[in-house]
Write a protein that binds this ligand. Structure first.
Ligand SMILES: [Zn+2]
Length: 708
């Protein structure tokens, strides 16, 4: 949500078979294209100084060509299909292809220069098409199916079976079991769905930039920061208007809803946002929603499922849509109850400060902020000097990893880097053995995407005595150091550093024989658990004492701030949780429908809200016409709930650390063995229970958020 682990692209790459120890078929490197030969650098870090823009596309084309030849060879083997000659061979295929894609995906997000963007326009469609093509290969699938159907007779071990199952399922979900006519229909559905999802996104983009509210009376701007006011004046000018102008893009919207003292302006902003892409004009998304959902229903039916919700939940940890709903409802009821209490507190504040009205949805952010400031007031500026980036990294995240898992981090000053701001570490296990390469890239650049993420430049492999260790990176956009001060972080940014490092540990510590099951290559409802659980160590007293020190005086962050931080983490959780769970339930409801006639989007949303007894003062976190997660992309379709699912695992898992001690090495050993090292080698719930000793309890989330 706030921080994504990987871009959509990288998911596509990770989901593909990754490179491995295949017979070296790469020809001599005639043109000096570094992607075409195995890297000779230490730990095979990409030799960035040798990689030029002109190398990407030729390497991709050559990589695809070689990969296709490999697939043909695997499919045409004369011998009967076995795990080794088919599934493992596929898992290990595509060496050059994966090498160039990994670097491209990393740099296209963290250094998207105009040249890189130009490359991307050709690179991305080629990469996507190649991925699709592999899963359309009938000869290859037929061999995989033979291995799959005879796995027991072949004497495969459980992990091998799991890898076979994973590939088999992926092919089946792409339509491999369909007849020619059905395959054609599926392709047509996918094509049409992509077009509609694209149109859905474009309509939102249109309204976000063209639907504008104008203000001419300066007094209405009270409460807004000068920066926001200047931006609004600029926008008005560019549109040929007097005064100030506001769109509903997130930073502007939140600034107005949080800070504007003028209630009328807040109401206008709230209505502007919540009517995005639903004005009944040509940019209205209602028709797109109906069309997309009908196509998805058709797809689910073709692939043997009753509804799209069944199709979406089948391959993940939740397994059934009922399990997902059940979990959400356990959180929903206490959350809406908490909202009543939060609203009462806000109303009391509003009444005491001369507001002569009953609070409405557009008052929520504003009064929540006022109550919070009254209760826990301290300014970010007061604590920033205690959160110096280098200390957060070395004395915070590295310290915890060392205490819990015994791993060490040594800077590799001479390692290749794609930018001078990157720091590269050699990560070693307690016995001194190389475990992974870890790169950090923490400062903003004009060419860097927003947000923070983790990904890999090389995934792990541990088969038949050949060990290849991962190269993992964390990227963020924190405040760079200035002439006088080092990089100082806000609380949220400290949390981001811990979060992304949790993903990094999941990638670096993996001990899995096969790439397709290694590292963060797990169910989408488990993937955010290691990152979210890692956030908890930022407030563990022993850890805080070690890293949160004033950059000038060395003084440890005073306890009064720590107390406020812990208390304020439970503030307004009724609202936050209700907004989120409401959207997750709406997403599920849409995908559970058996379609016949068109559905009125607004009426449908109202009926779901009514059935759930959703508080009138709260809107879905995303209303359907601008619910991009589920309609602009398929990855989170009927999958928005996974954020909550991961949060329950996080809360429940953290309780074991709380009960037995956050720095308890025995707990850490179990966590390492069953979660951080295990990848996707077993059913996610089975692994979780092995770590936890029991099934996760949704009430743990309620306890963590003060919603009981
Ligand atoms: Zn994450």
């Amino acid at each position: 949500m706030r921080k994504t682990i990987v871009s959509l692209l990288a998911v596509a790459v990770l989901a593909l078979p990754a490179a491995g120890k295949t017979p070296k078929k790469v020809k001599a490197n005639e043109n000096g294209n570094p992607f075409l030969t195995e890297y000779t650098t230490k730990y095979k870090i990409p030799p960035f100084e040798k990689i030029k823009y002109e190398h990407y596309l030729p390497a991709l084309e050559e990589g695809i060509k070689q990969h296709n030849q490999e697939i043909v060879r695997i499919s045409a083997v004369k011998m009967a299909p076995t795990f080794e000659n088919t599934v493992l061979a596929l898992d290990n295929s595509g060496e050059v292809y994966n090498r160039v894609c990994a670097v491209f995906v990393a740099l296209n997000e963290s250094d998207a220069t105009p040249e890189m963007q130009e490359i991307a326009e050709k690179f991305i469609p080629l990469m996507t098409a190649h991925g699709d093509e592999i899963y359309m290969n009938d000869a290859l699938f037929s061999r995989i199916k033979t291995v799959h159907d005879n796995a027991d007779k072949m004497g495969l071990d459980p992990v091998q079976k799991r890898l076979v199952e994973k590939y088999y399922k992926k092919f089946v979900r792409k339509g491999a079991l369909l007849n020619a006519e059905q395959k054609e229909e599926l392709m047509e559905i996918n094509k049409r769905e992509s077009e509609l999802m694209l149109a859905f996104g474009k309509n939102i983009m249109h309204d976000m930039s063209e639907c504008i509210i104008y203000v001419t009376d300066k007094s209405q701007l009270a409460g807004l920061s000068q920066e926001v006011i200047d931006g609004a004046a600029e926008l008005a000018k560019s549109r040929g208007h007097q005064g100030w102008a506001f769109t509903a893009t997130s930073s502007t919207r939140l600034a107005v809803l949080n800070d504007a003292d003028n209630r009328d302006l807040r109401e206008r902003m709230y209505k502007l946002y919540t009517t995005t892409a639903s004005h009944g004009d040509e940019w209205d998304n209602s028709e797109n929603i109906n069309k997309i959902l009908k196509l998805r229903q058709r797809k689910a039916r073709l692939l043997g499922f009753e509804t799209y919700a069944d199709y979406a939940c089948d391959p993940v940890m939740a397994k059934t849509v009922e399990n997902a709903e059940d979990l959400l409802m356990q959180i929903w009821r206490p959350a809406i109850k908490k909202v009543d209490q939060e609203v009462a507190d806000m109303q009391k504040y509003a009444d005491a400060h001369g507001a002569n009205f009953k609070l409405e949805p557009w008052d929520y952010y504003y009064y929540a902020g006022k109550v919070k400031a009254e209760r826990y007031s301290f300014s970010e500026d007061e604590v920033r000097p205690y959160f110096e980036l280098n200390s957060v990294v070395k004395n915070g995240i590295f310290y915890v990893a060392n205490k819990l898992y015994g791993i060490t981090f040594t800077e590799m000053k001479d390692a290749p880097k794609y930018n001078p701001e990157v720091t590269v570490y050699d990560v070693k296990d307690a016995n001194g053995k190389h475990l992974a390469v870890f790169m950090t890239d923490y400062f903003p650049r004009a060419t860097k995407a927003q947000g923070a993420w983790m990904n890999e430049m090389q995934s792990a492999y541990n088969y038949n005595g050949v060990v290849e260790r991962p190269i993992v990176y964390n990227v963020g956009s924190f405040n760079p150091p200035t002439k006088d001060t080092p990089s100082l972080l806000s609380i949220d940014q400290v949390e981001t550093v811990f979060h992304e490092f949790g993903h990094a540990l999941h990638g670096m510590m993996t001990q899995v024989a096969y790439r397709g099951l290694a590292g963060t290559n797990v169910d989408r409802d488990l993937v955010e658990m290691p990152s979210q659980i890692n956030e908890h160590w930022m407030l563990v007293p022993e850890v805080l004492k070690n890293y949160a020190k004033h950059y000038k005086t060395g003084e440890v962050l005073p306890q009064r701030y720590v107390d406020k931080l812990i208390e304020s983490s439970k503030f307004n959780q009724g609202f936050m949780t209700t907004e989120l769970v409401g959207a997750a339930l709406l997403d599920i409801e849409w995908h559970k429908i058996n379609w016949c006639d068109d559905i009125d989007v607004k009426a449908f949303e109202r009926s779901v809200a009514k059935r759930l007894h959703m508080p009138k003062i709260i809107e879905y976190r995303y209303r359907s016409p601008y619910f991009k997660h589920i309609f602009n992309d398929e990855q989170y379709a009927c999958g928005y709930y996974t954020y909550l699912w991961s949060q329950v695992l996080e809360a429940d898992g953290w309780e074991r650390f709380q009960q037995e001690g956050p720095m308890n090495v025995n707990v850490a050993n179990d966590y390492r063995r069953y979660i951080l090292e295990a990848g996707d080698t077993d059913d996610a719930m089975t692994l979780y229970k092995k770590f936890r000793g029991k099934a996760p309890d949704a009430k743990a989330l309620l306890r963590l958020r003060g919603l009981e």
